[in-house]
Design a protein around this ligand. Sequence first.
Ligand code: PLP
Length: 491
Amino acid sequence: LDPVEFRRQGHMMVDFIADYYQNIDKYPVLSQVDPGYLRKRLPESAPDNPEPIETILQDVQEHIVPGLTHWQSPSFFAYFASNVSIAGFLGEMLSTGFNVVGFNWVSSPAATELESIVMDWLGNLLSLPKSFLFSGNGGGVIHGSTCEAIVCTMAASRDQMLSRIGGDNIGKLVVYGSDQTHSALQKASQIVGINPKNFRAIEATRSTTFALSPESLKLAISSDIEAGLVPLFLCATVGTTATTAVDPLGPLCDVAKHHGMWVHVDAAYAGSACICPEFRHFIDGIEGVDSFSFNAHKWFFTGLDCCCLWVKNPGALISSLSANPEFLRNKPTDSKQVVDYKDWQIALSRRFRAMKLWLVLRSYGVVNLRNFLRSHVKMAKLFEGLVAMDQRFEIVVPRNFSMVPPTTPTSNSFHQNGIEINVEKCTNEVNCKLLEAINASGRVFMTHAMVGGMYVIRCAVGVTQTEEKHIAMAWKVVQEHADVILKNNGD
Ligand code: PLP
């Protein structure tokens, strides 16, 4: 690696990316290419000889950029954002620049120690109980994704339980979530060896805006115990993907703990907001759970990938996930004075992800981070207000954070241009058509969810560069397409 050439190409790359951000709102937010578009444009095999970075960047602009859905566009309102920032970006550069593989302490002490420190900082910001911090015999680790965090915690819970009831009973273990829980839970339970018949997606309660009711959990557990099964793992969600519903942690823990279950909290999107005192109540009851995770790469300006996981009992993770081949033996590990993060995750190798989180926390400071999050919530409120003024739409559940889920009403009739719209026709199909038209415009990108049989259009605010003008524009796009689609539907 020639430092002089690296500097030259690196500057060029930074310019390229800065230009991309400067022009990002000129691109259609949702990529408009057809499947297989890229194979038609690129050669069939890798080049025999080196090509200059200038040519490669030209091809990126010409062939790759059109096939991107622009997640960092200020008009991206789909899924949950995966936002980034200058600090997150630079942290990633530093981490890639050093390219250390910090699987155990000795392989790069700074990588391990910074991760432990940053996870304690963040844990304190979230007012997590001391039992989740290193100082309280718990601790935090950075994974790539929530799915990995759930796999690892579920594996730990499985092994703890099987050591009590015997390995032959693995087929009896039951995993619980609600029908609003992210599919990561089901995937984890498949990986961890839970009998697919023992996966419970309990119907969430409409009256509590699609949260999991402790009563329903209790009933499901009782019926499983009666059938000779063993309740193992509950995944409660703070900020469900469809509607950002919040499962009541305290009462759910009361039920689960009565049966010795492991409780994990998936706050992939909404966890970040809980650093603001006014949102902290959403994780009230956290003291009763065993593990808690949120994705800093969603709504914490950190960039993919960065899932923060805290556990009360690292020993349970370690005993499930550790393997100690001879070639990794070293004195610090033998002294048991250090953290070896390889034993807290699936893979051996690991990136220095703490670097970007450290840069984000230091470059912005807690005050600014809170204000960024609040500004997204404020913009979601603005969108909510705009929807509320249009009688053709209703918001199916109250907004909790920075996501608003409107739909065209199925329960009320309404008038448009003097025509009474037949509500029976305002079906999910119409909402689906409306969303397709909105996204085909390329001006904004939103996605949908099915909630209680209703097709809702989700507007999730969270991109770093989104401003109020983008919210106003997004609503204008929705209205323009609604004018056409709902009118056609009424004719
Ligand atoms: N849990 C929730 C509530 C989510 O919203 C998401 C993704 O949006 C996930 C889990 C999946 O996260 P990951 O892709 O990090 O596994």
